[in-house]
Write a protein that binds this ligand. Structure first.
Ligand SMILES: Nc1ncnc2c1ncn2[C@@H]1O[C@H](COP(=O)(O)OP(=O)(O)OP(=O)(O)O)[C@@H](O)[C@H]1O
Ligand SMILES: [Mg+2]
Length: 381
């Protein structure tokens, strides 16, 4: 095991809002979040990520360049974090880089050859930062027959489980995922469906805003029951067992199909309906849990959406609803901390996936290790 206990988690999720960077002390007894930084993603890079996330021409060239450029962005994010601490590269055992997901085709989606693809070249990160980098966490789980997702539940269990408590941890990122905990036992975990993605895209189309701040626009609208019922017909929501999804399944093209069969709706009523749909898919997952969940803790950007939280509160009553702040980690940093934890697991030779969650054949050490620094050269006669 590495002598130092400091790990850096790098997370850029499906929302492509920013790179979240977390410096975490990881050891057997638990994790401690020491420093955080939100590193911006420029509009040009964001546009290229959005473009490569859909099938199109010239993909290999575009992906190859983007892979390097995102690697450079991630390395810059790590350097910016170190600059606000007293630490230098040598102090850090490893970086855990989630990478930018550009395609997710898991086995639960009836894909004949399941695959998942996260880019942001780890060679570039290791070279530029001088820190050992671990990346590509999901593909080993897919190779072992799993969904490759979600991977955060193991960390949620390690950081948030409570003796004698049945807890749900809900991460509302672009897509939302849930972790169900009975005491210290990790019962299950899966993607519940959309998190912020539909809300973000709908307001972007109609109000030219990146997201619905505090859910104010959704709060002004009225839920359309006919639309809500149609949205619930999405085939993903009927699935059971290990499951994961992405923007491939929940996007505006799919929403537009439902809207076409209904009388014209006010855009803000659609936003309210999308918020209710998002909250309901989460609440259904909590209610259907194998154990009676009495406490729900929310993390991810959606925890800041007051309207969404209000809807969850109503749908989940009388259960306790709170954010992960109540358990010691600010909602914004949970996923980045999870990838620092996953890097620690890999360096320690420990499994990162929970087979009960992903459906993999078994526990696996995840990710590829890209060692830092110069080493003894190849012998030349
Ligand atoms: N004040 C706020 N009000 C409403 N929504 C917010 C607010 N702050 C953040 N958000 C939402 O959170 C989103 C970002 O969340 P987050 O970073 O957790 O998602 P992500 O990067 O997609 O991560 P993941 O990998 O978990 O999907 C934004 O796109 C926005 O929709
Ligand atoms: Mg984000």
């Amino acid at each position: 095991m590495a002598a130092t206990e400091l790990y850096i988690g790098l997370m850029s999720g499906t929302s492509v809002d920013s790179v979240d960077v977390a410096l975490v002390r990881c050891r057997e007894q638990g994790c401690e979040l020491l420093e955080t930084l939100e590193h911006p993603i420029g509009p040009e890079l964001r546009r290229r990520i959005a473009a490569i996330s859909l099938p199109g021409d010239d993909e290999i060239e575009r992906m190859g360049r983007l892979d390097r450029d995102i690697g450079t962005l991630f390395a810059g994010a790590v350097q910016a974090l170190l600059a606000i601490t007293d630490h230098r590269a040598e102090d850090i055992a490893a970086i855990g880089s989630h990478g930018q997901t550009i395609r997710h085709r898991p086995p639960s989606g009836d894909n004949t050859t399941p695959f998942t693809l996260q880019i942001g070249d780890p060679n570039t990160i290791a070279e530029m930062t001088g820190i050992t980098t671990i990346a590509d966490f999901r593909r080993r789980d897919i190779a072992a027959g799993g969904e490759g997702a979600p991977l955060a539940p193991g960390f949620h269990a390690a950081a948030f489980a409570g003796e004698g408590r049945n807890r749900a941890i809900v991460n509302i990122g672009g897509i939302a995922n849930i972790t169900l905990l009975s005491g210290t036992l990790l019962v299950s975990g899966f993607d519940t469906g959309p998190g912020n993605t539909l809300l973000d895209h709908w307001i972007r189309r109609h109000q030219a805003q990146g997201y619905d701040r505090d859910g104010q626009w959704a709060a002004e609208g009225r839920v359309c029951t006919a639309l809500l019922e149609q949205l619930h017909d999405h085939p993903y929501l009927a699935r059971r067992g290990p499951r994961s999804t992405g923007k491939e399944a929940f996007n505006l093209d799919w929403l537009d199909l439902s809207l076409r069969s209904l009388p014209a709706l006010e855009p803000r009523d659609v936003q309210a309906t999308l918020a209710e749909f998002t909250a309901e898919t989460i609440a259904i997952a909590v209610r259907a849990a194998e154990v009676n969940i009495d406490e729900v803790f929310v993390c991810g950007g959606g925890a800041r959406n007051t309207d969404l939280m209000r809807r969850l509160y109503r749908l989940l009553a009388p259960r306790r609803l709170d954010t992960t702040t109540a358990l010691g980690i600010d909602p914004e940093w949970v996923e980045a901390a999870a990838f620092a934890w996953l890097a620690w697991r890999t360096m320690a030779g420990l499994a990162g996936n929970a087979a009960a969650v992903t459906g993999a054949a078994g526990a696996r050490v995840l990710g590829g290790i890209y060692p830092a620094g110069e080493v003894r050269p190849v012998p030349v006669r």
